[in-house]
Design a protein around this ligand. Structure first.
Ligand code: KMH
Ligand code: ZN
Length: 274
């Protein structure tokens, strides 16, 4: 079986220090959390950035400063900026990190409720616009799907030329407004992507580790991190993103699945080697 790519979503846009004091806001805190995840076995850092007071921003200068600082510490790690940003941001605001031409970036494949009164808006035209931008800049999209319909959207837009092959999906499961994180729903999603595609699964909250286990067994890949879950076990806060990654590494080792280095992750995902 292919080696396991672990992505660490270290920061997110919604989770706060009030939820877990180790959630990073400053550049130094982002570097600390990225390094803890990398040292534990993560090969990809899914990145949101904040101003020092914790306000989410898509400012390209802030992204550059954080990405440069992470790469100064861990040069080979794959950094995957978010183009989702936070609910309510405009498309062009969200697209700013693509100006830095990262190896990868997220591409959100549909609109969904996002808890409370929030709606995370990604119309078909938005997805086409983002997909086209990523093709022009040679950025590999991680196709974030919060529901089955978003896989269908991605497949349709691939046929229309807005997404290149091979496709790499991220099943984000358990958002309040998206698909649940139950095993039957995981199987539904993973059976809905074409042969030749890869996927990672991001289980929100209590779904994080059960879905990681399912993907480890299935030959998929895994995303963990504070963006998705702040607990290492029921009621116990994780001390770092690295602690969450280390748990996935232990699970994989028990099941005989080896962990991919960044170089191996690039091979699996078809990225250029650095
Ligand atoms: N913050 C969410 C509204 C992404 O990174 O592309 C969107 C999000 C998706 O986190
Ligand atoms: Zn994100």
């Amino acid at each position: 079986m292919e080696k396991l790519i672990i992505t660490a979503a270290i920061c997110g846009a919604e989770v706060l220090k009030e939820h877990n004091p180790a959630v990073p806001y400053t550049i130094e805190e982002c570097v600390r959390e990225a390094k803890s995840a990398y040292d534990a076995g993560a090969s990809i850092i899914h990145l949101h950035v904040r101003t020092d007071d914790g306000t989410p921003t898509q400012d390209k200068n802030r992204f550059k400063a954080v990405m440069d600082a992470i790469h100064a510490e861990i040069p080979d790690v794959i950094i995957q900026p978010s183009t989702g940003g936070a609910v309510g941001m405009t498309n062009d605001e969200r697209l700013q990190p693509t100006e830095l031409v990262p190896e990868m970036a997220t591409l959100d494949c549909g609109t969904c409720n996002f808890g409370g009164d929030d709606v995370f808006t990604n119309t078909e035209n938005t997805i086409k616009y983002f997909g086209q931008r990523m093709i022009e800049r040679g950025i590999k999209p991680e196709l974030e799907c919060f529901d089955k319909s978003m896989i269908d959207m991605a497949l349709r837009l691939q046929k229309k030329g807005f997404i290149n092959l091979p496709m790499h999906f991220d099943f984000v499961m358990g958002v309040n407004g998206g698909i649940s994180g139950e095993l039957r729903d995981f199987l539904f999603l993973r059976e809905s992507i074409p042969a030749g595609a890869t996927y990672t699964v991001a289980g929100i909250g209590r779904y994080e580790f059960p879905l990681a286990m399912a993907a480890i067994i299935d030959g998929g890949h895994v995303r963990v991190g504070f963006e998705d879950n702040v607990f290492i076990s029921k009621g116990v806060l994780a001390k770092s993103n690295g602690e969450l990654v280390a748990k996935v590494v232990r699970m994989a080792k028990e099941l005989g699945r080896e962990i991919a280095t960044p170089k191996e992750a690039r091979e699996i995902l078809g990225l250029k080697q650095k």
